[in-house]
Design a protein around this ligand. Structure first.
Ligand code: IVH
Length: 666
């Protein structure tokens, strides 16, 4: 066997293995390997595909990482219109629906399937010969938008079916789990970006990204609930259809029940009124469908919706309470966040006692005053929010919240940059910023020091045992054992966890430093690109901009951070403590034919996606950057090149046509 045939065979079995694990993880919720074993398989797959870019297939699990940035979304016509459902809001309306169904079926007995109504956005997925070829939004029901590249990044959507089917279109809901939504908004708040109002908007916003790489970072999941079109498969009823979808590899919702009487349907619907708040995703009601396909066909459709199905919608959960106080907290980047403290009240399954107000503009716009009676709800069943002030309830004692001019923690004059909604404390030594910075340093995505939550950090600061994150590494057993709530065992465990954290990858350390605009993904890129903390510290703005994902804001922020004396002190302490500051190279191929060469890609290549071209260059030790400068060695030019082509010509940089490029990487 030639080496390429060997690679092909290995790729084939690797892909099958990864698909099987995806299925077990996403659909059966029963993984048999852990994350690191899975990562190993994926790493091997990516490595082989890097070596043999010509063997990359559109349904390879590697295609989930998010390909080229798109220019827009193509409109697509659905194979059959995507209808919506009629709504019902109470028992009476459900009984009316049942009467209509029975009357039309002239007394036949009827079975109903009841499903959860997932609060996300409707999607349509088309498979040809078992391969995922197109995914679209619902749009206006007739025409949707082609979001195939983004949907490929969603782990629960199979890129290849577990059984061959000639042509299949399925429909379902894409959604963002509640915890992913809360995390995403927390990160956006920290970066001063606008927040998503609810998980549905967050899911829609994530799937309508022109850069699939961004979608890939968002946690989107799916439940498939209908077959839109199928060839060569007869299914007796909807329930059997759902079972079949699961066998094909789709994620279907487990909370589905079949009933033979509307009273039982109503009982089941009511059982979800409170239980729904315990689900890890938001639902806004239930959907009731006639089970038999024959009966569905007999019932048919009105202009807008099927006569054989109806939605039951939960009443919106709201509660009335009082604003007892408004307080400000200072985050690690200095952003001030106002929070309303409320008289505790039950909303959407839990007690709410505070609501984040985000910024001064929101307080002003909603005219929220201390002492006000307000209506609260939970955005997407998760985040408590003040919906409106009941102005009629004012008694004259309410107090307007005056935004301070100075930081409530350190007294420094606050700044509000033009175009930004947030006030910031500019004092890099502000005790609140320092404390929040240490919380971040030890947190899960960062240095991940177990047993070191905000409470313990606050305690250590208060006792004067630490003044910055690096001081954690000089804590002693004798110091800890003296502290309240610490015993011998917990003290030793904490010291061990701190010691372990010294071995974290460089990317974690970079993220842990809390440099504004540097998230986890950027930290990884920076670690790979510069190879050491020292390398990053010395990088100029121009050099930073040469890193694929780094924009001007981030570059400026990094340079500023490393120019601050107290930060350099912190770094020196970390290095002295023995914290790992070097990037560990992942296995490389021996081909170094393009080592030291810098490439820029422009225009569309016929035989490579941008990612494949990049992979081919990197596999040979070369580097790809996004802008042309004197340091660029080659500009690869495809169809419709951009201004980079002209710039390369004016700088006299060697231009490679696709033909020449192929020779170089083959
Ligand atoms: S069935 C022709 N089942 O609710 C009937 N819809 O207006 C197609 N939805 O746009 C819909 N969960 O996005 C169905 N289990 C479920 C659902 C569901 C959520 C959404 C769907 C649709 C809207 C109904």
């Amino acid at each position: 066997m030639s080496s390429i045939e060997k690679a092909r065979a290995e790729l084939d079995s690797l892909r099958r293995e990864i698909e099987e694990h995806d299925y077990r993880y996403y659909v059966l919720d029963d993984p048999v390997i852990d994350d690191s074993q899975y990562d190993q398989l994926m790493k091997r797959l990516l490595q082989l595909e890097k070596e043999y870019p010509q063997l990359v297939t559109p349904d390879s699990p590697s295609q989930r990482v998010g390909g080229q940035v798109q220019e827009g979304f193509k409109p697509v016509r659905h194979l059959a219109p995507m209808l919506s459902l009629g709504n019902s809001f109470d028992e009476g309306e459900l009984r009316d629906f049942d009467r209509r169904v029975r009357a039309a079926l002239a007394g036949q007995s009827v079975e109903y399937v009841v499903e959860l109504k997932i609060d996300g956005l409707a999607i349509s997925l088309v498979y040809e010969k078992g391969i995922f070829v197109r995914g679209a939004t619902r749009g206006n029901g007739e025409m949707g938008e082609d979001i195939t590249q983004n949907l490929k990044t969603v782990g629960s959507i199979p890129l290849r079916l577990r059984r061959p089917v000639d042509r299949l279109e399925v429909r379902g809901e894409a959604y963002m789990p509640k915890d992913a939504f809360a995390d995403l908004n927390a990160r956006r708040e920290e970066r001063g970006e606008p927040l998503f109002a609810n998980p549905r908007n967050a899911a829609a916003g994530s799937l309508r990204q022109l850069d699939p790489g961004i979608t890939a970072q968002r946690r989107i999941s799916t439940f498939i609930y209908a077959i839109g079109h199928v060839e060569g498969q007869a299914l007796p009823n909807h329930y059997a259809g759902l079972q079949w979808l699961k066998e094909l590899g789709f994620r279907t919702n487990p909370e589905v029940q079949v009933f033979d009487h509307i009273s039982k349907v109503i009982e089941y619907v009511n059982s979800w009124q409170q239980r729904r708040f315990d689900l890890p995703y938001a639902i806004d009601g239930l959907v009731i469908k006639v089970n038999s396909i024959e009966q569905q066909e007999a019932l048919g459709f009105t202009a807008k919706s099927p006569r054989w199905a109806i939605a039951y919608k939960f009443p919106a959960e709201k509660a009335i309470t009082r604003v007892e106080d408004i307080k400000l907290t200072v985050g690690r980047t200095g952003v001030l966040t106002p929070t309303a403290f409320l008289t505790p009240v039950a909303v959407a399954g839990s007690t709410v006692s505070r609501a984040v107000l985000h910024n001064e503009d929101i307080i002003k716009k909603k005219d929220i005053r201390i002492g006000d009676t307000v209506v609260v709800h939970k955005a997407g069943d998760v985040i408590p929010e003040i919906v409106e002030v009941l102005v009629d309830k004012r008694r004259g004692q309410e107090r307007e919240f005056i935004y301070p001019d100075h930081c409530p923690e350190c007294g420094t004059q606050l700044v509000r940059a033009a175009g930004e909604v947030a006030h910031r404390c500019p004092n890099t030594q502000c005790p609140a910023r320092n404390r929040e910075g240490i919380f971040h340093f030890v947190s899960r995505g960062a240095m991940d020091i177990e047993g070191l939550g905000p409470a313990v950090v606050t305690q250590l600061l208060r006792e004067g045992l630490i003044s910055d994150a690096a001081d954690l590494y000089s804590l002693k057993f004798e110091d800890l054992i003296e502290l309240e709530r610490f015993g011998e065992k917990s003290a030793q465990n904490l010291l061990n966890a701190i010691e372990d954290s010294k071995e974290r990858p460089l990317s974690r350390l970079i993220f842990a430093l809390g440099i504004r605009h540097v998230g986890q993904t950027a930290a990884k890129k920076l670690a790979e690109h510069f190879g050491s903390l020292d390398g990053l510290a010395r990088a100029t703005e121009e050099e930073l901009l040469a890193v694929y994902e780094v924009g001007p804001k981030m570059a400026e922020s990094i340079v500023k951070w490393f120019a601050q004396e107290n930060n350099i002190k912190l770094l020196n302490k970390l290095i002295f403590a023995g914290v790992n500051t070097a990037h560990e190279e992942t296995s490389k191929t021996s081909d170094e034919s393009l080592a030291g060469k810098t490439f820029v890609l422009t225009g569309t290549l016929a035989d490579f996606t941008r990612r494949q071209a990049k992979a081919a260059i990197e596999a040979r030790g070369g580097k790809v950057t996004s802008s042309v400068s004197k340091k660029t060695d080659f500009v690869v030019v495809g169809e419709n090149p951009g201004s980079k082509y002209e710039k390369a010509q004016s700088l006299g940089i060697e231009i490679l046509t696709e033909e020449k490029f192929k020779k170089l990487v083959n």
